[in-house]
Write a protein that binds this ligand. Structure first.
Ligand code: ADP
Ligand code: MG
Length: 627
């Protein structure tokens, strides 16, 4: 065996180069990678010890030790794992072909010049993000001889025999010198190291030990304290998600929620999922009680923490949650995911897609159970996040509406509270054809809308839509249990009323009047008609066609105002005294008719919450009537 310098395989060299000139922002992940390798190596010897009679098994033999030497500026990661033979050193650390990385590269055709790091995980070479020199001392279970592997970076590495007593691996990192931008000393700091281990490797199932400074009473004088080094296990080793639900209390889940900084509130509900089938994963998910302050802003980032077999690989994996469930917080751990996985790869990972689908269904089911069993909690949830569900119905051309339709709630005119569509349909009257809704700024204002009069009078329930998204979502839904939605402002209310025939003749008799009024309001309304829906109010505005008045309002407020207009119809109540005045004016006084028509139109606009084009003219008109 010679100690001459060997070349890294070309691919490795490139990756190494990138590590050294580190493009990666989270340098601290190098420790996660090395600890994870150590844990893998212990997994292998652990399994052997458990299954091979020739080996003795002692639980205490399996651990990882982290040592920082400030004077020498070295950080050491030692494990009692299976170790490597000279051949393994050569092939495992000299090429990246061994690691999962290359497989990914083949799967996803990389474009020339694209960053490799963006494409897959970083593995062993991440050590070079923080170290000038990396030395690996190792002795394999299969060999009597130990070896030393050393590299100062991309120009190569050496391997030579080394007398190592114990089986296992020790990796020594000679940290880079500090620069103006980077302070590598932080990786020698006891507190910082503990923090990094806790953050990324808390749930590694072998103890990660470190000598920690503690203050203790002196042996000779109990009054005085001194700093001594004490070996401590830094990680908690057993992840809460691997525990049985029966061992855990609500408080445990709440503590985990707080510990993880998922939110500052108390979660409304938690789900502990263990799936062991075509996909295998554990998850703990939370439905928060309060809206995060930035929830409905661009800054908000959805996602769940993603673990691969106990090792954190991503803090916010967006692929695990559909947008409409973006409020869900929590984590997922799966054995079926490689540690070396990046965002780009994840999007195409089949396992991950299966997990995401599974999770989506679990959340949906949980929310449905909440509706059934804990209605009050659901209402609290819905007041915070219902808007997001409605956007979910509307977005992607309604692709997800079937998943969401049972989760929607609207305020009901008869129940005076939020009801589900299922509630509504189950209460529908025998002769009732449609699910009726009315739109407006507030429940109060909708309640007073003239258009609701006849429908309400029939004893039909009306859903009150007060949010921009409501009507758009419902248009996307089209029906619920085969019942169509109908705005109380739409042309045909489908009431099958006997009075309808009467109004038809009345409409014909007065066609001249309506046409004349239509001329007066030319460009503002499409037509003037006799109303079938009004009882006590003289007039109202309705819309003909797909665009409703509410939609026109919403669309006109959008940044890319498309100037979409509803085809407005001014409806006149034939049973109101005003109708007589109109008829008289039509016969005798055209000027008066014009005045009345404009007044009535402006009134209808006001009731609808639409702006009056010329308020001064409107008030002058009122004065004219008064004198
Ligand atoms: P990966 O972990 O995805 O395989 P890495 O680059 O992290 O990729 O590691 C490359 C290989 O080096 C590992 O697969 C393993 O065979 C070997 N290796 C790294 N660290 C150790 C260690 N502490 N003990 C034993 N083998 C190791
Ligand atoms: Mg690795």
């Amino acid at each position: 065996m010679t100690t001459e310098k060997r070349e890294f395989q070309a691919e490795s060299k490139r990756l190494l180069d990138m590590m050294i000139h580190s493009i990666y922002s989270h340098k601290d992940i190098f420790l996660r990678e090395l600890i994870s390798n150590a844990s893998d190596a212990i997994d292998k010897i652990y399994y052997k010890a458990l299954t091979d009679d020739r080996l003795t098994f002692n639980q205490d033999d399996y651990y990882i030790k982290i040592e920082a030497d400030k004077a020498a500026r070295t950080l050491t990661i030692k494990d009692t794992g299976i170790g490597m033979t000279a051949e393994e050193l050569e092939s495992n650390l000299g090429t990246i072909a061994k690691s999962g990385s290359l497989a990914f590269k083949k799967e996803v055709q990389m474009e020339e010049g694209q960053s490799i790091i963006g494409q897959f995980g970083v593995g062993f070479y991440s050590a070079f993000m923080v170290a000038d020199v990396v030395t690996v001392y190792t002795k394999s279970l299969e060999s009597d001889q130990g070896y030393k592997w050393e590299s100062e970076g991309a120009d190569g590495y050496t391997i030579e025999p080394f007398n190592k007593a114990d089986v296992g691996t020790k990796i020594v990192l000679k940290l880079k010198d500090n620069t103006d931008d980077e302070n590598y000393d932080e990786f020698l700091d006891e507190y910082r190291l503990k923090q990094i281990i806790k953050k990324y490797s808390d749930f590694i199932r072998y103890p990660i030990k470190m000598d920690v400074t503690v203050s203790k009473p002196k042996a000779d004088n109990e009054e005085e304290y001194e700093d001594v080094l004490e070996e401590q296990t830094i990680n908690s080793m057993v992840p809460i998600w691997r525990k049985n639900k029966s061992e855990l209390t609500d408080e445990d889940y709440e503590a985990f929620y707080a510990d993880k900084h998922y939110g500052f509130d108390k979660p409304l509900k938690h789900l502990h999922i263990k799936v062991d089938g075509a996909v295998r994963y554990n998850a703990i998910l939370y439905i928060p009680e309060q809206i995060p302050f930035d929830y409905y802003s661009k800054e908000f980032e959805k996602g769940l923490e993603l673990y691969s077999n106990g090792v954190l690989i991503m803090e916010k994996c967006a692929e695990l949650l559909p947008d409409y469930f973006s409020f869900v917080k929590g984590m997922v751990d799966s054995e079926d995911l490689s540690l070396n996985i990046s965002r780009e790869i994840l999007q195409q990972d089949r396992q991950l897609k299966l997990i995401a689908k599974n999770i989506k269904n679990k959340i949906k089911k949980e929310l449905q159970t909440l509706i059934k069993d804990e209605r009050e909690k659901y209402e609290t949830f819905y007041k915070a996040f219902g808007r997001q569900l409605k956007f979910g119905v509307y977005n992607d051309f309604g692709a997800n509406k079937d998943d969401l339709k049972d989760l929607l709630m609207f305020y009901s005119s008869t129940e005076k509270k939020l009801v589900t569509l299922d509630d509504y349909v189950s209460r529908m009257k025998e002769d009732q054809k449609y699910i009726y809704y009315a739109t407006g700024e507030s429940y109060d204002r909708i309640e007073k809308l003239p258009q609701t009069e006849l429908v309400a009078d029939k004893g039909y329930e009306i859903l009150y839509f007060t949010e921009d998204i409501d009507e758009f979502a419902i248009k996307m839904l089209m029906t619920y249990e085969e019942k169509e939605f109908k705005s109380v402002s739409s042309g045909d209310l489908g009431l099958n009323d006997e009075s309808e025939k009467e109004t038809e003749t009345e409409e014909k008799d007065n066609q001249g009047l309506f046409d004349k009024m239509g001329d007066i309001l030319a460009g503002q309304v499409k037509a003037v008609k006799l109303s079938k829906r009004l009882k006590s109010h003289p007039v109202c505005l309705t819309a003909d066609g797909e665009v409703t008045i509410e939609m026109e309002k919403v669309l006109s407020m959008m940044p890319d105002n498309q100037h979409v207009k509803a085809d407005k119809i001014l409806e006149i109540n034939p049973n109101h005294e005003v109708f007589q005045s109109l008829k008289e004016a039509f016969e005798k006084d055209q000027e008066k008719l014009a005045l009345y028509t404009k007044l009535l139109y402006n009134q209808a606009l006001l009731i609808e919450g639409l702006p009056i084009q010329d308020p001064v003219a409107f008030t002058n008109d009122i004065c004219k009537v008064m004198v």
